[in-house]
Design a protein around this ligand. Structure first.
Ligand code: ZN
Length: 88
C-alpha cells in the first residue's frame, strides 16, 4: 500500500456526508469506499469511486433521467428526444 492517499487518523468517518450511491466504511483502520449499487469497493478514495459509478452505473441513470435541457430546431420543433437518442 503506497502513501498516495493522505489519511487523517482523527477523521470522523461516520460523520462524513456521503451521497447515497456509496458509503464509506473502515477496513483495517483505513477508509474504504463501498458501492451501494454493487459489491465493488476501493481503498483508493472518492475519485476512484466516482469513476466506478460513472463507468458502471451512470449510463443506466442517464437513460432514465429526464433531459435537463430542451432543444429545438430552427423551426421551433422540440427535438429533445432526438438529441437524447443520439447519445445511445
Ligand atoms: Zn458499483
Amino acid at each position: 500500500m503506497g502513501k498516495k492517499q493522505r489519511v487523517n487518523g482523527e477523521l470522523p468517518i461516520q460523520e462524513l456526508e456521503a451521497p447515497p450511491l456509496f458509503r464509506i466504511g473502515t477496513w483495517s483502520g483505513l477508509p474504504i469506499w463501498q458501492c451501494n449499487l454493487c459489491e465493488w469497493d476501493t481503498l483508493d478514495g472518492e475519485a476512484q469511486m466516482m469513476i466506478h459509478l460513472a463507468n458502471r452505473h451512470m449510463p443506466q441513470v442517464v437513460e432514465r433521467a429526464e433531459p435537463l435541457i430542451k432543444t429545438f430546431n430552427t423551426f421551433g420543433r422540440d427535438t429533445t428526444e432526438e438529441v437524447t437518442d443520439e447519445r445511445k
